[in-house]
Structure formats: structure tokens, C-alpha cells
Design a protein around this ligand. Structure first.
Ligand code: NAP
Length: 244
């Protein structure tokens, strides 16, 4: 039996929003499973540090700076992946922003920003990933949605709309590409101890939050399943906490 260290040996995995938080943990975990990881986000210093940490512990990683809300940057990212590696086995669409406040006076430009990164960014990365994976007849796309992909809390209308949108495109795409050998799943975490939550909810105790590695473990679980198994979504939350 293959050891988990080799589970992704020879495979290439892209993680967006991998400079910190959940994406960082996912990138480190996939590298630990043997994947060549593309560590992507906007902040050069953070992605370079994550890629360096992976390489320093014997893994394979390269940092590729990308703003997922910009079509040309997304296209350039996938062109570079094709040129440098010639394959993409796993795409974890994780990049996201959280801007919160009551709908009544929520700035429309902030609504546009949340939708542009969380929903349009995920859409464009899915599109490029499918174009690379389809000719190969295989691939796994994992979209990091949120518990607000099916729930709705006060003061989170824009963010919630974006994550409901991610769920919609994930469900549709999963059916659209299953005959092409491509699997598409969503992970819907409750509160996770990252900068996004710390900025939005400084009142929350980290004892009621998941750790980023809990989400990374869910990613590993999906990738460990046999090709015939399709998991549409995983809702994961901190045990014993108020569902958040
Ligand atoms: P985080 O610590 O703030 O990390 C977000 C990552 O996304 C960073 O690497 C950030 O880097 C990147 N990013 C933001 N805008 C981007 C853009 N336009 N293009 C490319 N990368 C961009 O937040 P997190 O909590 O880990 O969030 C990761 C994902 O999990 C998000 O989709 C979030 O909605 C989702 N999620 C989080 C929670 C939670 O409680 N924390 C719960 C459910 C779901 P740059 O700013 O350098 O680009």
C-alpha cells in the first residue's frame, strides 16, 4: 500500500490564497503528501515564505503571484503551470476575502470586491483548471466555500451571497465534468482561526474555532478516496461549539 507520504507523488497541485491561513495549511499538507505545489496569492512575501518553508522541509513548491479576481492574471497563472509542469492534478480554490456589515449601508464597491474574489475568482480558476484537466481525463477541484454556503448570519450578506454562489457553481460543475474524469467538491468550514476571522470577529475565542489544519485534513481525505467515489460537500465545524 502507498504510504501517505507518496499519495500525491508526481502530481501537481495549485492552492490559491496559500500565503496564510487555510491555504497555507493546505499547501504544506499537499507538499507533505508528495505533490509539487503551486503556492499562489497576491502578497509576494507570504507566498515566497510558504514555498520556502515547504522546500526547506524537503517538499516541492513554487510561488506564483496572482490576483484571482483578474482574468488576465488567472490565465497567466495557468499558462505558467502548463509551461512549467505540463499537468494539473489538484486545484484548491481557496482565495477569499471577508468584508462584513449590514446590507442596509454596505458599500456596493465592497459587494463587488467580495463577489469578484470569492465567486468570480473561483469561477475563473475552475474554468482554467477544467481546460487543463479535461485533455488528461483526470483531476480534482476543491472549492473552499463556507458554512455560509448554506446558512446566513446577520451582517454577512455579501460574503454569504458569494459563498452560496460558490456552492451553486460547484454543484453544477461537478455534474458537468464527471464523465471527463474530473471530480469537484466543496468544503464548507465553520469558523477557522485565521486572519480573516480575527479581523472580522475579534470577540471570538479561538477555542471555538477550527484550526486551518482541520480543513487541510479534509482536503487530504477527499484526495485519498478512490476514483469512483464522488463527495459533493463536506461541512466541518468546531466540535461542541455553537455552529458558526
Ligand atoms: P486569510 O487568512 O485572510 O487568507 C486568505 C488568503 O487568500 C490569503 O493568502 C490572501 O492573500 C488570499 N487572497 C485574498 N484575496 C485574494 C485575491 N484577490 N487573489 C488571490 N489571493 C487572494 O483567510 P482564510 O480564513 O484562510 O480564508 C481562506 C478561505 O477560506 C476563504 O475563501 C474564506 O472565505 C474561507 N473560509 C474561511 C473561514 C474562516 O472562518 N476563516 C470559514 C469558512 C471559509 P493576499 O491577500 O496576499 O492575496
Amino acid at each position: 500500500m502507498m504510504s501517505s507520504k507518496d499519495m500525491l507523488a508526481g502530481k501537481t497541485a495549485l492552492v490559491t490564497g496559500a500565503g496564510r491561513g487555510i491555504g497555507r495549511s493546505v499547501a504544506v499538507r499537499l507538499a507533505g503528501l508528495g505533490a509539487q505545489v503551486i503556492v499562489s496569492a497576491r502578497t509576494d512575501g507570504e507566498i515566497t515564505e510558504v514555498a520556502g518553508e515547504i522546500e526547506g522541509s524537503g517538499g516541492k513548491a513554487v510561488a506564483m503571484k496572482t490576483d484571482v479576481s483578474e482574468e488576465r492574471e488567472v490565465e497567466a497563472l495557468f499558462t505558467r503551470i502548463q509551461e512549467e509542469f505540463g499537468r494539473l492534478d489538484v486545484a484548491v480554490n481557496n482565495a477569499g476575502v471577508g468584508l462584513f456589515g449590514p446590507l442596509e449601508n454596505f458599500p456596493v464597491e465592497e459587494f463587488d470586491r467580495v463577489l469578484a474574489v470569492n465567486l468570480k475568482g473561483t469561477f475563473m480558476c475552475c474554468q482554467q483548471a477544467v481546460q487543463m484537466m479535461k485533455p488528461a481525463g483526470r483531476g480534482y477541484i476543491i472549492n473552499i466555500a463556507s458554512v455560509v454556503g448554506f446558512k446566513g448570519y446577520p451582517g454577512q450578506s455579501a460574503y454569504t451571497a458569494s459563498k452560496h454562489g460558490v456552492m451553486g457553481l460547484t454543484k453544477s460543475l461537478a455534474n458537468e465534468v464527471q464523465e471527463d474524469g474530473i471530480r469537484v467538491s466543496a468544503i464548507l468550514p465553520g469558523g477557522v482561526d485565521t486572519r480573516l476571522v480575527r479581523d472580522a470577529r475579534p470577540d471570538l475565542d479561538s477555542a471555538c474555532l477550527l484550526s486551518p489544519d482541520d480543513v487541510a485534513q479534509a482536503v487530504e481525505y477527499l484526495l485519498s478516496l478512490s476514483d469512483q467515489a464522488a463527495v459533493d460537500q463536506i461541512y466541518i465545524r468546531r466540535r461542541s461549539s455553537q455552529p458558526f
